[in-house]
Design a protein around this ligand. Structure first.
Ligand code: DAT
Ligand code: MG
Length: 138
């Protein structure tokens, strides 16, 4: 076994669409444990650190604007191989191709011109999880 912790964000679209409970329900149903949770109106500085790897990409600015457009719910979630597991629950980045049965596949909306409305973020590696958890749960 590999007990890990990961950062899950319910993005502003998920919060606004009242999907926070549904997303947490799926995570708990899978057997993962909620360790900590907080609602955050993220500022530019936090988001710049969170998305540092994407700086300079064409979608970076719209992504930042979207992520600061409303509150997000940040969760610290623990479980065996939870980092990979949450990303499977979330589905592919693009909601159009995310499979049915995944959060993005079931509820995601196609990318508009300016925003990336794919409902959730999940850390992509042990290193990312540690880095991101220290940002959101300082
Ligand atoms: P993920 O959230 O699946 O880890 P990522 O880290 O590559 O995906 O990108 C972060 C977010 O940026 C993603 O959730 C939505 C947006 N994004 C990624 N690639 C994009 C693209 N090609 N066009 C528009 N938005 C994109
Ligand atoms: Mg990512």
């Amino acid at each position: 076994t590999a007990i890990e912790e990961t950062l899950v964000l319910v993005k502003p679209d998920g919060v606004a669409r009242n999907l926070t409970g549904e997303i947490l329900r799926r995570i708990e149903a899978k057997g993962y444990s909620l360790v900590d949770i907080r609602m955050v109106q993220a500022d530019r500085e936090l988001l710049a650190q969170h998305y540092a790897e994407h700086e300079g990409k064409p979608f970076y600015e719209p992504l930042m604007e979207f992520m600061e457009s409303g509150p997000v719910v940040a969760m610290r979630v623990a479980g065996n191989r939870v980092i990979e597991g949450v990303r499977v629950l979330a589905g592919a980045t693009d909601p159009t191709t995310a499979l049915p049965g995944t959060i993005r596949g079931d509820f995601g909306r196609d990318w508009g011109l300016r925003v990336q409305q794919n409902l959730v973020h999940g850390s992509d590696s042990v290193e990312s999880a540690e880095r991101e958890l220290s940002l959101w749960f300082a």
